[in-house]
Design a protein around this ligand. Structure first.
Ligand SMILES: Cc1cc2nc3c(=O)[nH]c(=O)nc-3n(C[C@H](O)[C@H](O)[C@H](O)COP(=O)(O)OP(=O)(O)OC[C@H]3O[C@@H](n4cnc5c(N)ncnc54)[C@H](O)[C@@H]3O)c2cc1C
Length: 423
């Protein structure tokens, strides 16, 4: 069987794979991108219908191309985000092969580099870049057994309200996905329960600037270490032109807020008594951004309009002051549970020594513990922005530079070697 040889193989044709292709191309490194479906497939078909980007068009893009025919301050619909990456691949002439899945990557037993088994044959590569995304496998905590309600699904399987059977909906998880889906269901008249865990909820905008701008100038996108030891979900939304996620407003519109979902027994779901503190923590995060923004404006003498109304926080609604701690799901009329509880990674195809005992990549800024293997698009890979559209582009540049440097070392030969070769 013939074996194709490439120098660098990028696995995954989402934004990370394309950014890597662009930078490897600029560094003159021959490479190939393999994508099992289509370019930016997750944006195209693996998210709910009404999803728009969480950041405005001027920000959630690569430096080399703007969104065509879009107001830079608008939040672009997911289809257009996918179209953008297809156009981008075209612009950089990315050497990408779609419809080819990488089944396994192993270090060559009898030579340098890696042997890659794909759905379309075998490839040998000197460098492997895993750009398969941080949001791969839906995670559903084992709390409610099957059959208790008609449907349990992960947020990644939700498409639109028409897909759900009649009845109330319990959404578990109040990050960006959970709050947007719960809001969408409330707007079409569903009875909605939302389980709210610890979260950050930055203002959508303040004093005339979107929060992505504030995170930029306050140097938070580039923060290298996660504040605190635990990942805290962030509740932001670009839906309906972009609004601050405000749980009190949702409660005033009829949404029933609950604490963190904990256990289920005899038809009853139990929630932690942490709703008020989770809401208070979200408020503190919100107000801290306003404080830092005000200080930045004062320090830099910027002329941005005052916005005192942003500091007005309404009293806690009754569902927060007197929270439901136990809910009989059937009596409450709940027919669907949507778990907006995040994702895990899947590197089962990457059979090299680059993972810790929990299966997490061992790496430094994406350069893995296994020489020649690289990771891209990981949350906090180098900074807060690493798993987002704009951030991955800079991480890809760093990795491409590293590969180019490695190639230069390998190309080195001493003057004595050269004399011998030329003799
Ligand atoms: C609901 C949601 C909304 C988001 N909204 C935003 C936003 O508004 N702005 C923002 O900046 N970020 C957003 N993100 C975060 C991030 O930008 C996206 O998750 C983005 O899709 C990540 O791009 P990626 O290229 O790293 O991975 P992915 O988009 O997951 O791309 C990986 C690709 O690899 C392919 N693949 C996987 N395994 C293999 C294999 N073995 N062989 C071949 N191909 C393979 C997949 O088919 C996929 O196309 C959002 C994330 C989620 C979950």
């Amino acid at each position: 069987m013939s074996v194709e040889k490439v120098e660098a193989l990028i696995v995954g044709g989402g934004q990370a794979g394309l950014a890597m292709s662009e930078h490897l191309g600029k560094c003159g490194v021959p490479h190939l991108v393999l994508e099992r479906h289509r370019i930016a497939e997750r944006w195209r078909s693996e998210r709910w219908d009404s999803l728009v980007a969480n950041g405005p068009a001027w920000h959630d893009r690569f430096p080399g191309m703007e969104f065509p025919d879009v107001d830079p301050d608008a939040f672009v619909a997911k289809e257009k985000v996918a179209d953008y990456f297809v156009a981008y691949a075209d612009m950089i002439s990315a050497p990408i092969r779609c419809g080819v899945e990488v089944k396994s990557v192993r270090r060559n037993a009898d030579g340098p580099g890696f042997r890659v088994e794909t759905s379309d044959g075998v490839i040998e590569a000197s460098y492997i870049v895993s750009a398969t995304g941080a949001f791969q496998h839906p995670v559903i905590p084992a709390i409610v057994p099957e059959g208790v309600v008609a449907t349990q699904m992960h947020s990644s399987a939700y498409r639109n309200p028409d897909q759900l059977s009649e009845g109330a909906v319990l959404v578990v998880g109040a990050g960006s996905s959970g709050t947007q889906i719960a809001d969408e269901l409330l707007r079409v008249g569903r009875r909605v329960y939302l389980s709210v865990g610890p979260h950050d909820r930055p203002p959508r905008s303040y004093r005339g600037r979107d929060f992505v701008w504030w995170l930029g100038v306050l140097n938070k996108w580039d923060a290298e270490a996660m504040p605190g030891s635990e990942h805290t979900t962030i509740a932001v939304s670009g839906a309906h032109g972009g609004q601050t996620v405000d749980f009190r407003r949702l409660a005033a519109q009829g949404m029933m807020l609950l604490g963190r979902a904990e256990t289920f027994k005899d038809g009853v779901m139990h929630f932690a008594p942490d709703l008020a503190s989770n809401i208070a923590q979200g408020d503190a995060n919100y107000l801290s951004v306003l404080d830092e923004a005000d200080a930045y404006i004062a320090r830099n003498g910027l002329d941005l309009p005052q916005e005192p109304a942003a500091r007005k926080i309404d009293p806690d609604p009754q569902c927060v002051t007197d929270p439901i701690l136990a809910l009989d799901l059937v009596s409450a009329g709940i027919t669907t549970i949507i778990w907006a509880t995040g994702f895990s990674v899947d590197y089962s195809w990457l059979k090299v020594d680059a993972f810790d005992e929990n299966g997490a990549p061992k790496h430094q800024r994406g350069i893995s513990a296994e020489p020649g293997v690289y990771f891209l698009g990981l949350p906090w890979q180098t900074r807060r922005g690493s798993s987002f559209i704009w951030g991955v582009w800079y991480d890809a540049k760093y990795l491409a530079d590293h590969i180019a440097k490695q190639r230069n070392y390998l190309a080195y030969s001493s003057s004595r070697q050269r004399e011998t070769e030329n003799a």
